[in-house]
Write a protein that binds this ligand. Structure first.
Ligand code: ASP
Length: 470
């Protein structure tokens, strides 16, 4: 007999079935013994009476025992049906039961929603925490969301391409995570802050439409709801302008939300577009919360913010608001290369850029831009950021050279998947939608990482740890 899912029992009255799963909520009524069996499809009630040979062994099961049940599906008497369960009209009368694994007492309940439990404990025992229905639902929704997006982008001519994890530093405004090279002592790979340069190089290669569900790594100081690694839907397109990219992104979000979150209401469609200046002057923020009622969990107020300044002053230094690969633009919108150079020389703060952000309910959920494809402008931007020309050539020579072989005009965007799913699933932070998140302080409490490594490993890497005196 073939194993079936618990949920299927609802249509199998009268049939023999084999089920596997975890035991939940045991109810011992003396002559009758009930429990709920939970597998990934859901819950079904199982019952055994004292006449059955297995009645003795059933008494050994505990909450969260792993069992196999063979039995017969029967209709429950109408007054005992449970309208809250999809399988609530049936139950499985056990003929045979085997306990496959007996649990110790769990450190916490797994049938509540879990918000009441200390988060550090939940993260230490994440594999148990993930047994709870809320988190399983979040993971399933994440899967469905990514699947939908993959299909959507495939239907729109994109291909998914993996780019390296062991790579070279790319400036996205954060510190890099570094990986020492054993074979080249003293040299390091950097983990990608984003696949930015690779995706642009794919445009040089003529792929035209790229996407990737990309893991990004940024070594930032712990700041509340951030993760050292997070997931972006990274996209890049050739021969497009800003509006092409924004309308595609808009269509994608509307379709995926209508399909997977039909209870949500998108406040304004097409998404409103505000200039950076309007957003700041009207709302005092470049990620305004445009909901009518911020207490309504089903309202989604998307907007695009456009016309960002190219540079901002941070600690008396000019930095790019997005990243250096973004195309700067004259404030009057004219495309005059000489005038642009002139402004880069004399008044870089006056320049706008081709950056755009996607915001949702007061969060920035993605940013992107049309890129600079003129190597001289790119070099100039890096110089303004304080890099010597030689250093730029050393660090970004590959990109500059690539552009010299013919480069299609291109642009892209990278919506942050974790944050979007947090909002769509009404969760208070991104950890709730990530299978194995780190704490706000960047620790993996389950694997106990970061952790020390053996002296031998350090020696192989020609690395010495300096003792810091307190
Ligand atoms: N790489 C950028 C980021 O991570 C997104 C982009 O410009 O496409 O913000």
């Amino acid at each position: 007999m073939k194993k079936i899912f618990n949920l299927e029992t609802k249509n199998l009255v009268g049939r023999e079935v084999v089920l596997f799963g975890f035991v939940n909520s045991i109810r011992d009524h003396g002559k009758l013994f009930f429990f709920d069996l939970k597998d990934r499809s859901g819950i079904v009630q199982c019952v055994i009476s004292q006449e059955n040979n297995y009645f003795g062994s059933v008494k050994e099961i505990k909450n969260q025992s792993v069992v196999m049940v063979k039995g017969q599906v029967q209709q429950r008497p109408p007054h005992l049906a449970n309208p809250h369960l999809p399988t609530g009209k049936v139950e499985v009368v056990i003929n045979e039961i085997q306990i496959l694994s007996q649990p110790k007492t769990l450190p916490f309940e797994v049938d509540s929603d879990g918000y009441e439990i200390d988060e550090a404990l939940r993260l230490k025992y994440r594999y148990l925490d993930l047994r709870r229905a809320r988190l399983q639902n979040n993971l399933r929704k994440r899967h469905e969301f990514l699947l939908f997006i993959r299909n959507f982008l495939d239907a729109h001519g994109f291909i998914e391409i993996e780019t390296p994890i062991l790579t070279k530093s790319t400036p996205e405004g954060a510190r890099d995570y570094l990986v020492p090279s054993r074979i080249y002592p003293g040299k390091f790979y950097a983990l990608p802050q984003s696949p930015q340069q690779y995706k642009q190089l794919l445009m040089v290669a003529g792929l035209e439409r790229y996407f990737q569900i990309a893991r990004c790594f940024r070594d930032e100081d712990p700041r509340g709801d951030r993760q050292p690694e997070f997931t972006q839907l990274d996209m890049e397109m050739s021969y497009v302008n800003r509006d092409d990219i924004l309308s595609l992104v808009e269509k994608m979000f509307v379709e995926v939300i209508n399909q997977l979150y039909p209870q949500k209401r998108i406040k304004t469609y097409p998404f409103p577009r505000l200039t950076y200046e309007e957003a700041i002057s009207i709302y005092g923020s470049d990620k305004p919360d445009l909901r009518n009622d911020p207490n309504d969990p089903n309202e989604l107020a998307f907007a695009f913010i456009v016309d960002f300044p190219m540079f901002e002053v941070v600690n008396d230094k000019l930095e790019t608001m997005h990243h250096p690969f973004t195309q700067p633009r004259l404030p009057d919108g004219k495309s005059d290369r000489d005038a642009l150079f002139n402004a880069l020389e004399k008044s870089p703060e006056s320049l706008l850029s081709e950056q755009y952000d996607l915001v949702l309910n007061g969060y920035e959920i993605g940013g992107g831009s049309i890129r600079t494809t003129d190597p001289e402008i790119l070099i100039k931007v890096f110089e303004i950021l304080g890099h010597e020309r030689g250093e730029v050539e050393e660090k970004f020579g590959h990109l500059l050279e690539a552009f010299s072989y013919g480069v299609p005009p291109h642009g892209g965007i990278a919506p942050g998947i974790d944050r979007i799913l947090m909002i769509l699933n009404n969760e208070p932070n991104i950890r709730e939608v990530i299978a194995f998140p780190k704490t706000g302080e960047g620790r993996d409490l389950m694997m106990n990482s970061p952790s020390e490594i053996e002296k031998k490993q350090l020696d192989e890497l020609s690395i010495q740890i300096r003792q810091v005196e307190n």
